[in-house]
Design a protein around this ligand. Sequence first.
Ligand code: PEP
Ligand code: MG
Length: 582
Amino acid sequence: MTFSIHGIAVARGVAIGRAVLVGSSRLDVAHYFISADQVDAEIDRVRAGRNAVVEELQRLQQDMPKDAPHELAALLDVHLMLLEDEMLTAGVKHWIRDRLYNAEWALTTQFEVIARQFDEMEDDYLRERKADLEQVVERVLRRMLGAPLPVVSGPRPRRQQDLLLDDTQDVPLVLVAHDLSPADMLQFKQSVFAGFVTDVGGKTSHTAIVARSMDIPAVVGARSASHLVRQDDWVIIDGEAGIIIVDPSPIILAEYGFKQRQGDLERERLSRLRNTPAVTMDGQRIELLANIEMPDDTLAAVKVGAVGVGLFRSEFLFMGRHGRLPDEDEQFEAYRAAVEGMQGMPVTIRTVDVGADKPLDESRRDDAHLNPALGLRAIRWCLADPAMFLTQLRAILRAAAHGQVHLLIPMLAHASEIRQTLALIGQAREQLDHRGDVHGPVRLGAMIEIPAAALNLRPFLKYFDFLSIGTNDLIQYTLAIDRADETVADLYDPVHPAVLRLVAQTIAECQAQGRDVSVCGEMAGDTTLTRLLLGMGLRSFSMHPSQILAVKQEILRADTAKLKTWARSVLDAENPAELLAG
Ligand code: PEP
Ligand code: MG
């Protein structure tokens, strides 16, 4: 039966595919397609893992002391029974043979299918067996993962045109999860999924930001989607409206198939703007820069005609590594790769911004109750660990010898933090000189993303060459709304008069002092706000490559002289959203 779930729209477009539910298993597994000639080997891998666990459990049974509690023996029996259950083994074979899923993916998928059936059982005892099943599946996975884990990769699914035609491994897949960390998302970046849905998250949570950078339809904050959607259900994700339609009827499918093709045509049309200079109707040249997470993203940036990188979120090099941080050489190689990828255009590397919704690794999430968005995040973390920060600074300064590098510091609020940061940059240079290593000049920038910084720009204008407004955090901290919390997402308002005033004042003060200023938060890539930002005087925008051409289209149609007066009226309005819509 068709039903829909509403969430928060984060990345445009329509995806139609079968649901892959992830997240119930506590083990991360790789998701990739195998080739037909690997089927038997993959089935053997699961069988070997399962047999090893059966042996292990039988050994435990044999060695069990006579006085061991009766429940323990019964539990081992249950686990052995579950392992030998036909439904588990036949199901796993089905996913491998008919869908060409890799072994781990097949096992977790079948686990989800059976777990769902347990959930629906009336009998409490049987319902609770789900936890046992999860344990045995995890044991098997662990056995299988004893061998090196294959990287998550595989062909990106074709866009859905053949939905009604086939039911093979070519069917697009959409990922449905309770939650995905930014590091998970990064792992999925090269993967097979055509769209994403998560139960939690807000429009500018980092998970949503990475989904947007992947340029595939995504909905976050869909509350109970991961409970309502079943493994392998057909799902439509409408990334524009923030709606998920489960088990759609043929009429709805046809309608969305049409919408999807329209979207493809629109992209095709926009792609022709790639080489068109971003100049407004009244001749103002606008700088369109890219936000990236990894050096490889420069490919997409160059492809859409970005004139530089306005924000390289370097923390993505640091995440999901179980606390082992990248050393100086590894970082240097990554920064140099980004610089070279941009072929002579400037690259703005932001120093590491972990904390809040970007924990270094999942175990650190336990700190959630400490209010991490207000805690030891970004530059605060760097100043608290100077050795780590100096390592990053040296790597960036070395990369600056290979091209134009701008160094951007996040989350500054106090003049004392600015002075400490500058001192450490000086120290990093001295260390490089001492070692005889080559380093290059950098332009220094600060992010304006804490209201206190926006309200007290003087020290920033004194010490920095340029400022970059981080609207994602500026909104979060101005309105006291956790950007990653879907329960208050309706109050996360980029056009709240207070937010607009802070953004406008920052732009105006920079202009008055002759400092470059840009916006690198998600507002910069929102086409409904392009005219307003132009009217405020903004001439430099940094956003995900996927948004650049649509924003350029707005710019080509804009007349900044007219927009200036209009922007003033929006700023003075009680409800700016009304004027923007009109
Ligand atoms: C911002 O806060 O607007 C920003 C660009 O940085 P991040 O989203 O990484 O916090
Ligand atoms: Mg920020």
